[in-house]
Design a protein around this ligand. Structure first.
Ligand SMILES: [Zn+2]
Ligand SMILES: [Zn+2]
Length: 412
């Protein structure tokens, strides 16, 4: 009975999601990522021209003129709200500050013409999720002006995240580590996929957490099974758009080095990132055994944030785990497992000395965003700057590889 009911509910839900999606695709006329020549966000060719250029024009006019004519804006309210959220997320704003813009975009998405009518009637704020500040953005966008909030953000945080790394960034084709709101991420799967596409990725691996990471709402076998259906539906819907959402997991490395998911489920995935999230302060010897065992597991493709350190940010600082790095990276080398360069600014993992060691030993790497929000997909720039500075050649970074090669490599 359960299966029948849940299948039915599931189908209904999907019809709704896909209907929303069709609307979204129509409205989706502005990118999260501005064009490469502006040096912000995705640097792969093919990015669409969007709000940055227009906001830039607005900014130029304003330099000497105290009452500048606002620049025209033609991308519509949903694009404006999404771009604001993207910029806030990539500049690591607290998620509560972003939430209003994401929910407002979600509310407006299916409404079409009704949005303009509501602006006219002044009834925007009657809608759930539209407050005074989001309404201001919507009114400006509907009236064809760059919203003030957007212009300010473009000016203040719209520039490149970091200097250097552009060559490596341009070589990346995708990202092997990302989270959705199915575990501890903040956005739905399709929003992560859309933003990855806008950034010019060919693929994004969805790697929500495994069951035992309950604080991060890790996915049980049943939930992961459902998620795989969603990923398939997303890809079916996208068709041949040159982008693939890949099935993945960030699987916990348990105390004995085994992985926190059934072999059957691990076998159904495209790419698996294995990370230590518990008992980070374990003695070096058992920690080394634990990590080496995990790396030798045939399902492990990427060793995620290997030291677990935190160097900055609101989660506080955390010392790096102690282990015999030569043994652990040696196991990576032997098994063809990629050492992750985790791009999150608060992680910068591995630390430079260890990263240099893994490079010198000849390991493969994966530069990952470990994004928990769409705008954080842009964090890749940080990892690229580190890789380039240490002279890591692009061909040893598995996410510079074309999809076919990546999938072949990731097979257990
Ligand atoms: Zn992790
Ligand atoms: Zn993660």
């Amino acid at each position: 009975m359960w299966t029948g009911l849940s299948h039915c509910l599931w189908k209904t839900l999907w019809i709704r999601v896909m209907a929303l999606w069709n609307v979204r695709r129509r409205l989706w006329n502005a990118p999260s990522a501005p064009p490469a020549e502006l040096g912000v966000g995705g640097s792969r060719p093919g990015g669409r021209v969007g709000v940055v250029r227009r906001a830039g024009a607005w900014q130029d006019q304003g330099v000497d003129d105290p009452t500048p004519e606002p620049a025209p804006y033609a991308d519509g309210p949903v694009a404006a709200l999404r771009r604001i959220a993207f910029l806030l997320e990539r500049s690591r704003a607290e998620s509560y500050k972003v939430k209003a813009y994401r929910s407002a975009a979600q509310t407006l998405l299916p409404l079409g013409e009704e949005v303009a009518d509501r602006v006219e009637d002044g009834t925007l704020t009657d809608l759930p999720g539209i407050g005074p500040s989001t309404a201001k953005v919507v009114v400006a966008a509907v009236q064809g002006r760059v919203p003030d909030r957007l212009a300010t953000l473009e000016r203040e945080v719209g520039g490149p995240l970091v200097e250097g790394g552009e060559r490596v960034r341009a070589a990346l084709r995708g990202d092997l580590h990302s989270h959705s709101d199915w575990s501890d991420g903040g956005s739905p799967i399709e929003e992560m996929a859309f933003t990855a596409m806008e950034l010019g990725h060919d693929y994004l691996v969805l790697t929500d957490h495994s069951p035992r990471l309950t604080v991060a709402n890790g996915l049980s076998v049943a939930r992961l099974t459902r998620q795989l259906g969603v990923v398939e539906a997303v890809n079916e819907h996208l068709g041949d758009d040159g982008f693939r959402l890949l099935k993945g997991i960030e699987v916990d490395i348990l105390d004995d080095g085994s992985l926190d998911q059934t072999e059957e489920m691990l076998g159904r995935l495209d790419v698996r990132v294995a990370s230590v999230h518990s008992k980070l302060a374990m003695d070096p010897e058992p920690m080394t055994r634990r990590m080496v065992a995990a790396v030798h597991n045939p399902f492990t493709n990427v060793l995620g944030h290997c030291t677990g350190r935190l160097v900055t940010g609101n989660r506080g600082k955390r010392k790096q785990s102690e282990f015999d790095a030569e043994q652990v990276f040696g196991a990576c080398l032997e098994t063809g497992t990629a050492v992750e360069i985790n791009s999150r600014p608060e992680r910068r993992d591995p630390p430079t000395k260890l990263l240099q060691l893994a490079i010198d030993m000849g390991c493969l790497f994966s530069i990952d965003s470990d994004s928990h929000a769409p705008g954080q997909l842009d964090f890749l720039a940080y990892g690229c700057a580190r890789a380039e500075e240490l002279g890591l050649e692009a061909d040893r970074i598995v996410n510079t590889w074309p999809l076919d090669r990546l999938l072949e490599w990731a097979k257990p």
